[in-house]
Design a protein around this ligand. Sequence first.
Ligand SMILES: [Zn+2]
Length: 217
Amino acid sequence: MNRDQLIAELKLCIEPLLPGYLAVFDLADTKRRNLYLGHEEVDTDILEFDTLLKAHLGEAFKRIGGDRWIAFVTENQLNVFDRLILAYQREVPISAGWECRAIAPNGTLAHIHKKNDVFLSRAVRCAYLRIQNTNEVATGLNDLVEKIWHFPINSATPLRQELTFNQPKWKCIIGNLPGTEFCPFCKSTEFEWLEGTDDTAYGICKGCRAEADFVYG
Ligand SMILES: [Zn+2]
């Protein structure tokens, strides 16, 4: 469904309920959660949040992207947003960092782990806007979607307050991760990278020419 269709449908649904509040929810830092937990876990997050929305709001919400939803509540339902946020937030202990399998030019093998115990947090952003009549829906929704990413986590926040937020982007890892990857043989941190993905890297150590295969997460 494109944006115009979405707005037309939204106007029809909320017209009898106005005035009220239009909100956008955005699961925070899902890219990094994907990296540490895997896509299946993040798919479960999405499903769980969708189920929470249904439990708290009935039909008054719609998923508009991978990890984004719009929702509408009437004036006296505004506190439902905080209940939703509270029900979703969670912290779990994980072991995170990197490991390396390497082979030296003389054929010696090495396998090292550098992992720390940290917490991985699950959180959602919520920005909302009061809507008086259906003419305000299109610009209101565009504003919310455009600005949601720099709102604080775990707090239902009116869109008008957005200018006061100027913090670095929130990260789901709580605690210190191990430092930069290094060669198991000569401890060099300089590599000629040959291949890589979000969570792997393969290269040649510039110190001793060992082949090194790193996995992060
Ligand atoms: Zn080396």
